[in-house]
Design a protein around this ligand. Sequence first.
Ligand code: SF4
Length: 369
Amino acid sequence: MKIKTLFIDYEVPRDEEVDFLIGSLKTPPQPVQDIREVYEHVNAGQDPILRAKHTLFITRNRGAVVKKCPGTSEYTCCDYTILHTGTFCSMDCSYCILQAYFHPPLMQYFSGLDQLTSHLNPYFKGNQVYRIGTGEFTDSLIWEPISLQPRFLVNLFARQDHCVLELKTKTVNIESLLELEHNQKTILAWSVNSPRIIQSQERGTASLKQRLEAAKKAEAAGYRLAFHFDPMVIYDGCITEYQDVVDQIFAHVDPKSIAWISMGTFRFMPHLKVIIENRFKSSDICYGEFILGLDNKMRYFKPLRMELYNQTVSYLKKRAPQVLVYFCMEDKQVWESSLGFFPSDENELGRLLDRSAAQHCGLDPSLLP
Ligand code: SF4
């Protein structure tokens, strides 16, 4: 992460966590009383989105710290819980939804490890399993080299048996996590794609080989793993290349270490297309056979999605029949054609994932329905 301008909310107290962050970034922080000062700085850039990737605002989370993933009623939801630790990302993927999500986008680090503990405690003492992740509004591990937060969370989750933490990333930033007594309550998850898509659409991210080498190290340190094929992009030769990604995964790690693998083809809100066209002039990712889905996102014409899923899932299942595969935001026809079943009610996918979490991470089995 290369931060050129660092702002700090004047209400944030200087403590070990904040001092570590500032010391790691080696950039003097500018105290601000009003977030509009940060917005003005970002908006003054020729490309505000790019400027936001080099600007960090250290602040407190004044909204919901833990919340249920909103999902979409029209497509199957995985019933995930979001831990809101920061926003935006220093990497630069053409298709990143976060470019269009915040106005303007702003990279924020929410300080306050005590706040995380107090908001998570009710979940640790609840009467059900929770899968909790930090990778919804940011990449979970861009923060690892510069902050104490990821290692704090791994240690915190290690001391309970109701919840599993999923840290999702396109980095290889796991060094400080390898020596921790994680008690298998953290799943280290990598988003994966074909090398062609990583190279052409995912600026500043680790290569597939680097991600899988990191996964191998994490596995050797006893962590459970997950992989997310998302977004899968349709192009000539994509099926063979996604099957090769499957081969690469199993060449690096044992399927028994994998809690789940998800798949989702590229989908986007129509206004993201303009941003991609302006910021990634050589990208052709938005051009293809797209239709408007029930959630108002553009997605590939269904027969094309089904063909890619069918070929990738059947190939994967031949290699690792026991690994739980699920689709992110797909409908009944897609599920049945590729996986041979459809989650019978709106919570069934969540229950399948909870069971896999319990089995892989040693959660309290009495919490499962
Ligand atoms: S790694 Fe994720 S959060 Fe970061 S730019 Fe890419 S898609 Fe966005």
